[in-house]
Write a protein that binds this ligand. Structure first.
Ligand code: FES
Ligand code: FES
Length: 157
């Protein structure tokens, strides 16, 4: 089956088994290795991408289900190779340890902060409930996202 997907704004196609996980198509056919292959069971969120704006675990998403849809991966964030404010906040907050979970965490937080730019600490924790950080650096991650939400909050006063 030929599957057509808009990936990070570019039309791509995959000719193969429709049940191939989207994660494998992104990594092995399109060479977009930002989404990480970790548990492959929908448990850790390291493979998270957005499909038509909704975060999904790409390891559990058959590529046939994203035919004619838009996929955003971590590589598609930002403009011209610049980090987006969220990535800068995580870097400045020294939140990244081994980094394995980070593509998924950034995609989850991107969605959360788009929906709730003034997110509270509890909102951010809830927004990350599908992402496991084995380095257990959650507090710095949450602090960095909260600083960003706090900036929005101040800008809205
Ligand atoms: S690799 Fe997909 S949820 Fe863990
Ligand atoms: S930084 Fe290592 S798994 Fe999260």
């Amino acid at each position: 089956m030929a599957v057509r997907i808009k990936v990070n704004g570019e039309e791509r196609s995959f000719d193969g088994d429709a049940v191939t996980p989207l994660l494998d198509v992104l990594r092995d056919s399109f060479f977009l290795t930002g989404a990480k292959d970790v548990c492959r069971e929908g448990f850790c969120g390291a493979c998270m991408v957005h499909v038509d704006g909704v975060p999904v675990n790409s390891c559990l998403t058959p590529v046939g289900l994203v035919d004619a849809k838009s996929v955003l991966t971590i590589e598609g964030l930002g403009d011209g190779g610049e980090l987006v404010p969220l990535q800068r906040a995580l870097e400045e907050g020294d939140a990244v340890q081994c980094g394995m979970c980070f593509p998924g965490i950034v995609m989850s937080l991107t969605n959360l902060l788009a929906q709730q730019p003034l997110a509270t600490r509890d909102d951010i924790k809830r927004g990350l409930c599908g992402n496991v950080c084995r380095c257990t650096g959650y507090e710095r991650i949450v602090d960095a996202a909260l600083r960003l939400a706090g900036n929005e909050r101040r800008a809205n006063v």
